[in-house]
Design a binder for this molecule. Structure first.
Ligand code: SAH
Length: 248
């Protein structure tokens, strides 16, 4: 079981698979006022940077589940590197339907809400692992600039304009689903560059190392077109943030 190969190639050098930077991830950890021993669950934990750095900085304990074998391996190595492998555990698997045996204080899905079939399904899934008065973290894009046409939405790799909301509407939608928005940390364009532009050097190096790979054509096409697509669309139109929610 694994995610499509293209992500394991283009994001192989990423510690954070989203437009949030290490500084903003640290800001979020502080903003949540985490107590030592806070128990966390992270669905789609990627290379584990959130759980590992918060275990180091705030003494949290937690479990991450991710479908990428590579990212899960990297998460375990990162935990060892930071000396927190006794506090955090990374499971390779499908997080769809995953409910923790013990209730958690913080249940997260950062940039992977398709796992629960969208925001409302993911909130429902996470809430099944959450203790009363716990916090849910959702990482999600929103329209920073509203796209005038469906082509612009497709340029942002969305299926349609209706995939995302403007920020006030996204925040209102959490309310409509029965949650208070109690904190948020938003990405900016520099953060988008760290996520997207970092893929380009990784792709270039991968192509040099794997010229005869059957996948080289796909990676070459992407490396050629991505800088222009990204700067014209995603960088201009898409915002992204992590939203901390508590059930009303
Ligand atoms: N939260 C991490 C990773 C976000 S990228 C971070 O912010 O760095 C999305 C992640 O979801 C990827 O690591 C991908 O491997 C994982 N993923 C995709 N589908 C999944 C599924 N069904 N179950 C678990 N993980 C999944």
């Amino acid at each position: 079981m694994d995610i499509p190969r293209i992500f394991n190639i283009t994001e192989s050098a990423h510690r954070i698979h989203n437009p949030i930077t290490p500084e903003k991830l640290a800001t979020l950890g502080l903003a949540l006022r985490l107590e030592p021993g806070t128990r966390m669950l992270d669905l789609g934990s990627g290379s584990g940077e959130m759980l590992c750095t918060w275990a180091r900085d705030h003494d949290i304990i937690g479990t991450g589940i991710d479908m990428s074998q590579l990212f899960t391996r990297q998460a375990r190595l990162r935990a060892e590197e930071l000396g927190v492998d006794e506090r955090v555990e990374f499971i390779h698997g499908d997080a769809a339907g995953y409910v923790s045996a013990e209730k958690v204080d913080v249940a997260a899905c950062v940039g992977a809400t398709w796992i629960g079939g969208g925001i409302s399904g993911t909130l429902e899934l996470l809430s099944r692992s959450l203790r009363a008065k716990g916090i849910i973290l959702i990482g999600e894009p929103y329209w920073r600039k509203f796209p005038q046409t469906e082509d612009v939405a497709k340029g942002c790799l969305a299926n349609s304009i209706s995939d995302f909301l403007m920020l006030p509407d996204l925040l209102a939608s959490f309310g409509q689903l029965g949650y208070d928005v109690v904190e948020m940390v938003l990405a900016d364009q520099d953060g988008w560059d760290r996520y997207e532009a970092a893929k380009w050097l990784t792709m270039r190096r991968w192509l040099e190392a794997n010229p005869d790979d059957e996948f080289a054509k796909v990676v070459r096409t992407q490396l050629t077109s991505e800088p222009e697509r990204y700067s014209a669309y995603t960088r201009e139109y898409l915002g992204w943030g992590v939203f901390a929610l508590m059930p009303r």
